[in-house]
Design a protein around this ligand. Structure first.
Ligand code: HEC
Length: 378
């Protein structure tokens, strides 16, 4: 099916969706591709959460069909007016190559494609975090209809922009005594919503306090987040519209170090993305060092390394910095992320295309080509 047909068919799907899933709002509808994304991701969700189901040969056709659909639909993203904005366009290109790689990898390697599938939700989320969405989502679906644990449901809802519903799932994790290992992740996801998307310190604080009250055992690990929130509220941070690049650079450098608390990094990441967006819209140059710090900030927050706009930040840095020590520094970040992404119990195994990519980047920053260990899996 070509792009236009997809867009036309999207209208039909929209009309035929069951009404409980669709609450009519008088607002501009989301880009037509989102309806397909949502449908496919919904169908893929049970396979995201189960390795067995994903690898089961009887599911292969079903999964491949959805992956192909995602690949096709994402190709038309670049025609979409609302996605033509500079920052969002980066995410669109990244999603296109991600879906293409995913659909093509599935017949060849289940392990690798499952890895990519997981990263897909981050892909949806990373673009959505850059578009100021409406408060009331167009789609409402019940967490009851989703498979998996509360945390897995939360991740899904987060990816499709149902932030309040996602928060409810994270709350469930936090309110249950038996899922201790996920509670830090759930708490931090909630903070991503409050600090990165809504930039709302007070609600973040109220939210954390609400658990500490119900469950005193939370206090031991939630207190540092509360302390950081308090400090952040008092601190000075630059305004994206007015600050000069030196101020922003200093802010980025001070906030994005890994030894900083999560609260600082997540808030800084949101602010810095707003800054990049703002400068790009005005066609103003951004220093490579700022891309470097944004990449560092995001890398420390991301749940998955493969889908990352993080690497895109470092790649922007490389393009601007070229053969220089800053360029090399940014290359080292890309390299370590990719290598980390492909490190398993049996060592490092890089797919060929990743090796070519790394060597192309090496050339840009003036480093000699290198022999990386190749992936010969499955
Ligand atoms: C390149 C950017 C981009 C990517 C990638 C992206 N989206 Fe979107 N999405 C948008 C924009 C823009 C909107 C409209 C926001 C608005 O108007 O509130 C949107 C809205 C949506 C909505 C409607 C939410 C609402 O508020 O009503 C859903 C559902 C959705 N996207 C699903 C997905 C899924 C699933 C993926 C990943 C497979 C995805 N999107 C990836 C840009 C993107």
């Amino acid at each position: 099916m070509n792009d236009q047909k997809y867009i036309f068919a999207a209208a039909l799907v929209l009309l035929s969706l069951n009404t409980s899933a669709l609450v009519a709002q008088s607002k501009e509808p989301p880009p037509s591709q989102m309806i397909f994304f949502l449908e496919s991701i919904k169908k893929l969700q049970p396979f995201m959460i189960s390795d067995e189901a994903f690898k089961d040969p009887t599911n292969e056709k079903k999964i491949q069909a959805e992956l192909d659909k995602l690949k096709e639909v994402s190709k038309s993203l670049s025609h979409e007016k609302r996605i033509a904005k500079p920052g969002v366009k980066d995410a669109a290109l990244k999603v296109q190559s991600h879906f293409s790689e995913l659909a093509d990898a599935f017949p060849l390697s289940k392990a690798y494609s499952r890895y990519l599938l997981h990263a897909t939700l981050d892909g949806c989320g990373s673009c959505h975090s850059q578009v100021r969405g409406s408060e009331k989502p167009l789609f409402n679906f019940d967490a009851k209809d989703l498979a998996g644990t509360p945390f897995q449901k939360g991740e899904f809802l987060f990816a499709v922009r149902q932030y309040p519903q996602a928060i409810k799932q994270y709350e469930e994790v936090l309110n249950k005594a038996d899922i201790i290992d996920q509670r830090r992740a759930a708490l931090e996801r909630g903070l991503v919503v409050y600090l990165r998307h809504f930039k709302d310190f007070d609600s973040a604080e109220t939210w954390i306090r609400s658990f500490s009250k119900k469950r005193p055992d939370h206090a031991s690990y939630s207190q540092p987040y509360l302390d950081d929130l308090k400090a952040l509220k008092k601190s000075k941070f630059p305004y994206v519209q007015k600050s000069n690049s030196k101020e922003v650079e200093n802010f980025a450098k001070n906030s994005c170090q890994t030894q900083n608390g999560f609260v600082n990094r997540v808030f800084a990441s949101g602010l810095l993305h707003d800054y990049l967006e703002n400068r790009r819209q005005k066609n103003e140059a951004v220093k490579p060092v700022i891309y470097y710090w944004v990449g560092k900030c995001d890398a420390s927050l991301q749940s998955s390394y493969i889908f990352s706009l993080t690497n895109l930040m470092f790649e922007h840095c490389i393009d601007l910095a070229g053969k220089s020590s800053q360029g090399e520094k940014c290359f080292e970040e890309v390299e370590s992320q990719i290598v980390l992404g492909f490190t398993g119990s049996s060592g490092v195994h890089l797919p060929e295309d990743q090796i070519s990519k790394l060597n192309a980047l090496r050339k840009k920053v003036g480093l000699k080509a290198k022999h990386y260990p190749v992936n010969k899996e499955e």
